[in-house]
Structure formats: structure tokens, C-alpha cells
Design a protein around this ligand. Structure first.
Ligand SMILES: Nc1nc2c(ncn2[C@@H]2O[C@H](COP(=O)(O)OP(=O)(O)O)[C@@H](O)[C@H]2O)c(=O)[nH]1
Ligand SMILES: [Mg+2]
Length: 277
């Protein structure tokens, strides 16, 4: 299942500052999240019916409200909690099976992770349907290198005599994995600690990224990655961006051109230099 890519890990390690907040204040504002009274922003992702709302309630208690995503009819729950004197804003993303941006829900979830650059993305997975849930996990790990897996419904897994080696899973995915039974509140203190560890850089994630495709495609990706990295040295997902550019994803092309992606402003000439090469 896992095919570790050492060179990519090195790139991630040198580009990202693990202890600095990762979130993008200006982009978050556009996404309707004001960070003025918060230290960190945490996104909550997951397939539908994995207990995402239950986890959300367990983390935030009564400190929450609902509204809409800006310009969309998709509802959003927001809340907050404090841990170790730090204030965390928690944003519930729509429940999705993927981040391919083929539905409004998927687009909302993808854009929040990509442009908002949350300090931590918690991915709630159903421990009784791990394989199916890993699809979304791997897609999230392509976009962000700051994630925590909340392995929920562990009571159900135990009831079905399913044993999951959460330590091995964490090692293979390169991010913390926390077993929980959110309905009973089991594992929530561990989840809080893992969120805090990733947000503050105590745990530096080395997310697993799949390498697939033909030699020709890999060569094209590598060429593009070199150029993207030269223009956006702080980007943590150049390979994912390269793939989207090759696909001709209009949103990503715009984001590269406008500088929205890196929070940097590139000129049209620089963009053309990347695109034409
Ligand atoms: N047995 C069990 N049920 C859970 C757990 N977490 C959530 N649930 C239940 O699963 C159902 C779906 O939960 P919900 O939080 O609405 O899932 P969401 O669709 O991902 O937001 C609800 O009936 C919850 O009470 C858990 O850890 N164990
Ligand atoms: Mg829900």
C-alpha cells in the first residue's frame, strides 16, 4: 500500500516551517473565517456518517454556531476550543468521499484546505470501513502536510472483532492516528493533544504521497514541480499543483497566476514562465 518517497519528504522538510502557524489569514477571511481572536484554525474533514459532527461537538461543546459558506448554500458549523492556552477555531467541512471538486461540497472542502491552509486538518474515518475511507485521507494528504487521523467508531470496530494497528497506520501515513469512540467521548483528550502537537510543530508530519503514472507523466510532473518550487518555495504540495496544471484545472491555473495559492504575487510573465517553461 505504501510507497514512501524520500526525496519528496526532504523537500517538504526544507520548505515548511513546522512551528509557524500555517494558515493563510487573508484567504481565510475570503472564506468567511476571521482569525482575529484565534491562534490556530483546524478543519474537520471526513466521509459522510463517520461521526464528524459528533467529534465536532465533543471538541467544541456549546461554543459553536452555524452559517453558510460564502456564496454557497452549503451550511457550515464553526466552533472553538482552548488547549494549552492556545485558542483553536474549528471549521466543519462538508462530508465528502473525495476532493475531486466534482460537487459543490467537494469544491468547498478542497478550497478550504488549499487556500485557507488550516494549521491542522482532522480527517475523521470510520474504523469499520478503513479501506474505503483511506481514499479521502490520501487525497487530503496530497494537499496539506498537516493532518491528524481520527480513527472513529472504534467501539463498532471492536464489536466486529476488527483489530487496527493504529501505530503502524500512523507510521505509514506519516501523520498522527488517534483511535476514538466519539459518541462516548473516548479518545477525545488524545485527539486534542495530537491536534496541538501538529499545530505547534511538536509532531512534524511527513505525509504519505502516492507516486503513480507512466514514466512520461512522472517526467512532466518533475519538470513542472521544479519550476513551481522555484516560484513558490513555501508551497507544500507542488506535485499536486503540477498534476492539476497538467489537467488544465481552471481554478488552480487562476490561483497560480494570481498568487492566491502561495500568498505570493506572481506577475503574468512569471506565470507564463512556469506554464511554458
Ligand atoms: N457507536 C458509535 N457511534 C458513533 C460514534 N461516533 C458517532 N456515532 C454515531 O454515528 C452516527 C453519525 O454521526 P454523525 O456525527 O452525525 O456523523 P457525520 O455524518 O459524519 O457528521 C450518529 O448516530 C452518531 O451518534 C462512535 O464513536 N461510536
Ligand atoms: Mg455531520
Amino acid at each position: 500500500m505504501v510507497n514512501n518517497n524520500k526525496s519528496e519528504k526532504t523537500v517538504i522538510g526544507t520548505n515548511a516551517c513546522a512551528t509557524c502557524p500555517a494558515h493563510h489569514v487573508a484567504n481565510l477571511k475570503k472564506l468567511g473565517v476571521n482569525m482575529e481572536s484565534w491562534d490556530y484554525v483546524v478543519a474537520l474533514a471526513g466521509n459522510p456518517n463517520t461521526g464528524k459532527s459528533t467529534v465536532f461537538n465533543a471538541l467544541t461543546g456549546l461554543k459553536q454556531h452555524t452559517g453558510n459558506w460564502p456564496g454557497k448554500t452549503v451550511t457550515r458549523a464553526e466552533g472553538g476550543f482552548s488547549y494549552n492556552d492556545k485558542r483553536y477555531k474549528l471549521v466543519d467541512l462538508p462530508g465528502t468521499y473525495s476532493l475531486l471538486s466534482t460537487s459543490v461540497d467537494e469544491e468547498v472542502a478542497r478550497n478550504f484546505i488549499l487556500f485557507g491552509r488550516p494549521d491542522v486538518t482532522v480527517i475523521v474515518v470510520d474504523a469499520t470501513r478503513l479501506e474505503r475511507n483511506l481514499n479521502l485521507v490520501l487525497q487530503v494528504l496530497e494537499i496539506t502536510d498537516r493532518a491528524v487521523i481520527c480513527l472513529n467508531l472504534m467501539d463498532e470496530a471492536r464489536r466486529h472483532q476488527l483489530h487496527i494497528d493504529d501505530r503502524l497506520l500512523s507510521k505509514e501515513l506519516g501523520v498522527p492516528v488517534v483511535p476514538t469512540s466519539a459518541r462516548q467521548g473516548d479518545g477525545i483528550p488524545d485527539l486534542l493533544r495530537a491536534i496541538n502537537d501538529v499545530a505547534t510543530g511538536v509532531f512534524v508530519c511527513q505525509p504519505h504521497r502516492i507516486e503513480s503514472g507512466s514514466k512520461k507523466l512522472k517526467r512532466a510532473i518533475n519538470q513542472l514541480v521544479t519550476k513551481i518550487e522555484a516560484e513558490y518555495p513555501r508551497l507544500t504540495n507542488p506535485r499536486w499543483v503540477a498534476l492539476r496544471l497538467l489537467e488544465g484545472d481552471p481554478q488552480i491555473i487562476d490561483a497560480v497566476r494570481s498568487g492566491e495559492l502561495g500568498g505570493l504575487n506572481v506577475t503574468a510573465d512569471q506565470m507564463d514562465a512556469i506554464a511554458v517553461g
